[in-house]
Write a protein that binds this ligand. Structure first.
Ligand code: AMP
Length: 114
């Protein structure tokens, strides 16, 4: 299992994290380096490297991730708004090669991002 991704290790319990949800195809954890009062990562169980690597039948996985993000935002009172971010590749700022969606909220989020 040495080639497991960081998020697979977290999902398996080998690395600790604070879980907010576990579903069949995806799960959510608190980001260890929060950039906003609410900063959660929604992660597919399948270790898809990034949005640039989706297979034809991965659509249901992405849909489940987005549904979980929306549910978490609602459950955590982000009624004023929130942001979903998926960094892709080096120029996109991706540091973990296992697809994940950042769900950010709890403060006004500036635009454009850096
Ligand atoms: P990205 O830079 O888009 O690939 O996002 C990776 C995210 O994973 C960053 O926001 C990190 O703070 C976060 N992260 C890295 N290690 C951990 C960990 N052990 N537990 C929770 N979040 C982590």
């Amino acid at each position: 299992m040495s080639d497991s991704t960081l998020f697979q290790k977290i999902h398996q319990g080998a690395i600790p994290a604070k879980f907010l949800a576990r579903r069949e195809r995806c799960f959510a954890i608190e980001d260890i380096d929060a950039k906003a009062p609410f900063h959660v990562l929604v992660i597919p169980v399948k270790p898809i490297p990034s949005l640039a690597d989706l297979a034809e039948d991965d659509g249901v996985i992405v849909a489940d991730c987005l549904a979980l993000a929306s549910d978490l935002a609602r459950e955590h009172g982000l009624a004023k708004g929130w942001r979903l971010v998926a960094n892709v590749g080096a120029d996109g700022g991706q540091t973990v090669a296992h697809l994940h969606f950042h769900v950010l909220g709890g403060r006004h989020l500036g635009w454009p991002p850096g």
